[in-house]
Design a protein around this ligand. Structure first.
Ligand SMILES: Cc1cc2nc3c(=O)[nH]c(=O)nc-3n(C[C@H](O)[C@H](O)[C@H](O)COP(=O)(O)OP(=O)(O)OC[C@H]3O[C@@H](n4cnc5c(N)ncnc54)[C@H](O)[C@@H]3O)c2cc1C
Length: 436
């Protein structure tokens, strides 16, 4: 499990860190304070919960062990897409179609909520561009059509079928075949969104302390909880854990119900415009349909942000080189003009069912975690349902009950299981490639 470092950490080197609009750092907590709700973890799960709470008039203190958005929330691909890490068809198998429709409704609401807040609070986290294109690595248009039909019929999702020729007008590569276009999904700059949200939480009376790790949580005899930090404490009525895979011994049940997956992003140096247009001739977000997929998009200054791969033990030494090779496999015409400027990794938190874990361990002790590799919309959903439950007694969070039993996820063996699953995915991808 990735442990939180003992000492507070600065942001790692990423494109997002270096294009942050303004890096305002908050002071660590150094006294004992009281509040209604203490949110632990300053990723998008924590920040979305905190903004939901202050919007509903609640008193909130959020603490973050490092910097806000230090974890996955400040390092991701920036795709804001409906759905969850688990696919809808699989969810429907587990909880039935009607339940899946409710989860989908939450997801489209969570996606819209991000855009609404960007607008309402004037958060400068663009470019915000609509459009995500899923492409096939193999030539089976019927499968694409049948997926679109299901999504349209059962979930009313406005997906468009794109034949191979249309896909290749945008992505000039012979690797790809027919795909689907999702017009309502979009992209943003995640770390600028994190900072915009934090500023608004404070504007509305919430407090944020960075470099403040929750060390333990103790039940108070008079009700509520005491959250201890290295140099202070927070007396609160309710607590919300949004610690992702770093939860560690703060809560052992959460720790053992999840396993980590490391995944990677590379950002190229700017590429000459004509050369880029002759390869990736689109500003949509792209992903392919392999289990171990590539996903990527153009950045405003003619760079490509390229994501993919997973690993057991953090980033390989030659990460940048590996990612550039992956890119050139799809766009060989960019040979000679693609150079990596940034390459980084981040830790994802997965439960075996690949769905978020959202619920209450005991009255007033909430968890909102396990968003996996498709977490930007789900963290918005989690923040919405948990803050509404606390503030208004809303019960929509119970839609996640079937996934929130906190079963043992493999403990120390879990990363090895994750890596084996990844190798299995790659083997299946090879079969897909051979079957083109
Ligand atoms: C490389 C990469 C690419 C991705 N691409 C996408 C994408 O394009 N689209 C998408 O939807 N999703 C994507 N994801 C997934 C998405 O980023 C995550 O699912 C989401 O950000 C998880 O948010 P979180 O708040 O749960 O976790 P995190 O962002 O990891 O935040 C958890 C925070 O809690 C803090 N913390 C933990 N323990 C304590 C403690 N005891 N006290 C105080 N603070 C604590 C940590 O320091 C950390 O900052 C990607 C992830 C990665 C790593």
């Amino acid at each position: 499990m990735p442990d939180l470092p003992n000492d507070p950490q600065p942001y790692i080197e990423t494109y997002y860190r270096d294009t942050l609009n303004s890096d305002h750092q908050r002071e660590a907590l150094s006294e004992t304070v009281e509040t209604e709700i203490c949110v632990i973890g300053g990723g998008l799960a924590g920040l979305s919960t905190a903004i939901g709470l202050v919007e509903k008039g609640k008193k909130v203190i959020l603490i973050e062990a490092n910097r806000i958005g230090w974890g996955a929330s400040g390092r991701n691909g920036g795709y804001i897409a409906k759905g969850y890490s688990q696919g809808y068809k699989q969810i429907a198998k587990q909880v039935g179609l009607e339940h899946t429709k409710q989860l989908h409704k939450l997801s489209t609401h969570g996606r819209a909520l991000i855009k609404d807040r960007i607008k309402k609070y004037n958060i400068d986290c663009g470019p915000i561009k609509n459009g995500v294109l899923g492409v096939s690595w193999n030539n089976h248009p019927d499968k694409v059509k049948s997926y679109i039909d299901w999504m349209q019929k059962e979930l009313d999702a406005p997906l468009e079928y794109w034949p191979t020729e249309k896909v290749r007008e945008h992505c000039k590569t012979e690797q790809y075949f027919a795909g689907f276009y999702s017009p309502e999904d979009y992209q943003f700059h995640p770390l600028n969104y994190v900072h915009g949200l934090a500023k608004e939480i404070e504007n509305q009376g919430g407090k944020i302390h960075e470099n403040t790790k929750a060390i333990n949580i103790v039940d108070r005899t008079d009700g509520g909880y005491n959250v201890k930090t290295p140099n202070g404490a927070i007396k609160c009525d309710q607590v919300v854990l949004c610690c992702s895979i770093y939860v560690d011994d703060l809560n052992k049940k959460l720790k053992y119900a999840a396993f980590p997956v490391y995944t990677f992003v590379m950002v190229t140096k700017p590429i000459p415009q004509e050369r880029l247009d002759a390869a990736l001739n689109t500003e949509y977000c792209i992903f392919d349909n392999r289990y171990a997929q590539d996903y990527y998009r153009r950045l405003p200054d003619n760079r490509i942000l390229w994501g993919g791969r997973v690993s057991l033990s953090g980033a390989p030494k030659n990460l940048a080189e590996i990612m550039v090779k992956d890119l050139l496999k799809v766009y060989p015409q960019l040979e000679g003009v693609v150079e990596s400027e940034y390459a980084w990794g981040g830790s994802l938190c997965y439960a075996p069912h690949k769905m978020p874990q959202i619920g209450q361990l005991k009255p007033g002790y909430w968890y909102n975690t396990c968003f996996g590799g498709h977490g930007l919309v789900p963290t918005s959903v989690g923040g919405d349902v948990v803050s509404s439950a606390i503030a208004d007694g809303d019960e929509r969070y119970k839609l996640f009950e079937p996934f929130s039993k906190l079963n043992f996820a493999g403990g120390a063996l879990s990363p090895y299981i994750a890596q084996s699953v990844y190798y299995l995915w790659r083997a299946r991808d090879l079969l897909i490639s051979l079957n083109k």
